[in-house]
Design a protein around this ligand. Sequence first.
Ligand code: RFL
Ligand code: PHB
Length: 389
Amino acid sequence: MRTQVAIIGGGPAGLLLSHILHRSDIDCVVLERRSREYVLRRIRAGVLEWGSVEVLRAAGVGDRMDREGHLHDGTGIVWSGSRHCLIDTKKFTGKPMMAYGQTAITEDLYAARDAMGGVVIDEVDDVGIHDIDGDTPFVTFRKNGDEQRIDCDYVAGCDGFRGISRRTIPQDIIRIYEKEYPFGWLGIMSETPPLDEIVYANHPRGFALASQRNPMLSRYYIQCELDADLKDWPDDRFWDELKARFPTEMADRIVTGPSIEKSIAPLRSFVAEPMSYGRLHLAGDSAHIVPPTGAKGLNLAISDVHYLSSALIALYRDGDAKLLEQYSATALKRVWGAARLSWYLTTLLHRFPDQGPFDLRMQEDELEYLARSESAMRNLCEQYVGLPF
Ligand code: RFL
Ligand code: PHB
C-alpha cells in the first residue's frame, strides 16, 4: 500500500486529522489497534473550548454538536460549604464553553469518515514505524495475522499515551517532563438529569465534579485513592460520597440512579519534546497528558491537529514546508499553557496527602481571591477558555 500520510491511532486526534486532510485531497490511512466498537465505548472528555468548536465546524463535523451540545457560560467552583464562584468565560472572554462528549465526537468523526470513503483499518497489531529519519518512511502492521506495509511521505503519531509513536523518537533526542499526582478520579455515568451547571468542588473529603452529556445523561467524578478498587465502590457509596462533597443545597438537587459506566483514572502531567522527529509528527495524548481538571486534553488534541493539518496542507498545496518545520514549537507553546493551567487547577481543587493547615489556607485564600477580584478571574478565564490558535 502507498499513502501520503500514515496515521497511527483512530481516537479523536487521528480521525479528525484524517478527515481534514482527506477534505483537502491528501491521501491518508488510519491504523487503529482496537475495534471500532471498543473505541466508541470509551467514555472520556466532555467539555469543549470555543476554538475546538470552531475547528470541528470548519471540518464539517459540527452539525450534531450544534444541535445536541449544551452551551454554558463557564464552570462553577464551590468550597467551604457555601462559597461559590463562576469561571465565567462568556463574561470575561465573550466565548462560552460547550458540553459535548468525546464519545459523540468520535461517533461523528467515524460517520464522516465512512461518508467520504476514508480508510480506517481497525484491529491491527504490531504497528512499527521505519526509516522515519530518511525520505522514504514506511509503516508495518499485522491484520488478521498477515504482515502488511504502507509506504508514505509522513507518519502522524496519534496513538495516545500508551502508543508506540513517541517511543520511535531516539532517547537522546526526546525530553520528557512528568509529574504524577497522588490520587485518581473515580467517574460514573448515569442516565439521570444532570445539574444545570458544571461544578468543581474543593472539599475536606476531596475534590468532586458534576458534569453532563445531555439532558438525561450525567457525568460525575470524585477524587479517590490511587489504589482504589471499583469493586469497593458500589453505586450507593459513590452517590453518598459525591453528595457529601457538595453544598447541601446542590447535593439535594443531584438525581441519583444506577451507573451505566464506572472507571478510575490516575492523574498525571506529561509533556514530550520535541513533537516532531524526521518525518514523524506527534499529536494529542501521544505527546502530552494533562490531569483532567481544566478539561484540556481533548482540546489540545484538537489544536495539535489544527496546526498539523494546516502545515501538511500548506506543504502539499503550496510546496511551503515552513509550517511543518515549526509544527512542534507552535504546538508546544499551547501545550505548556494548558499543562500549567491544569496543574494550577489540580493543585487548587484537590486534597493532597501531605497538605498542612498552611497549604489549606493558601487554597482557600486563592479561591477567595478568584471570587473577589475581577482581574484574577479574567486571568483564569482567559486560560480556561483556551489560548488563541
Ligand atoms: P486517544 O483518545 O487515547 O486515542 C489514541 C488511539 O490510538 C490507539 N492506539 C493504537 N493504534 C495503533 N497502534 C498502536 N500501537 C496504538 N496504541 C494506541 C488507541 O486504541 C486509541 O484509539 O488519544 P487522542 O486521540 O490524542 O485524544 C486525546 C483524548 O482522548 C484525551 O486527551 C481526553 O480524553 C482527556 N480528557 C479530557 N479532555 C478534554 O479536553 N476535556 C475533558 O473534559 C476531558 N475529560 C479526559 C477527561 C480524560 C479522562 N481520562 C479517562 C483519562 C476525563 C477523563 C476521566
Ligand atoms: C467531563 O464532563 O467529563 C469533564 C468536565 C470537566 C473536566 C473534566 C471532565 O474538567
